[in-house]
Design a protein around this ligand. Structure first.
Ligand SMILES: [Zn+2]
Length: 152
């Protein structure tokens, strides 16, 4: 059915474009063509094909054996979660979110395990204790290296 209506749309277009190609350079013909097109449009716009709609509803009613209504009383469910997740973000449970919120600001450092206050906030990467230890370690390694080269 839609294929047929597509064909008809194409036909309508071709009729209009054929007319336009003929009268394109004739302003008077164009004016009267536009006028008649507008009259056709006015007829269509003022009187929408309501009859067809109703007959379709009646057809459905007959087929289904129940009266159909054109109003939609069924509301969409609220708070629908789409499948999949936002890229790069793991879906957290409400419990996890609450836990994260509660622990924010008073997080223990992953390295020295000291409780870090918000104003002197640091973590494993910025831990002064770790930086100190790294320094010591690299100094030890340097001294070993010096010993090695002296022994050679
Ligand atoms: Zn630390």
């Amino acid at each position: 059915m839609s294929g047929n209506s597509d064909k008809m749309i194409q036909e309508a277009y071709s009729v209009v474009s054929e007319c336009l190609s003929i009268i394109a350079h004739d302003p008077d013909a164009m004016t009267s063509f536009i006028k008649s097109q507008k009259e056709i449009r006015k007829k269509i716009v003022d009187k929408p094909p309501e009859k067809d709609k109703r007959s379709r509803a009646e057809k459905f009613a007959r087929t289904l054996g129940v009266p159909t209504t054109l109003t939609n009383d069924i509301r969409n469910p609220e708070n629908v979660k789409n499948k999949g997740r936002v890229s790069g973000k793991r879906l957290r449970s409400q419990r996890e979110v609450a836990f994260t919120k509660a622990s924010k600001g008073s997080k223990n450092c992953g390295y020295c395990r000291k409780k870090v206050s918000p104003n002197e906030k640091h973590d494993r990467r910025t831990c002064p204790q770790r930086i100190e230890d790294e320094k010591k370690k690299s100094m030890e390694q340097d001294s070993h290296g010096m010993f090695d080269s002296e022994n050679d």
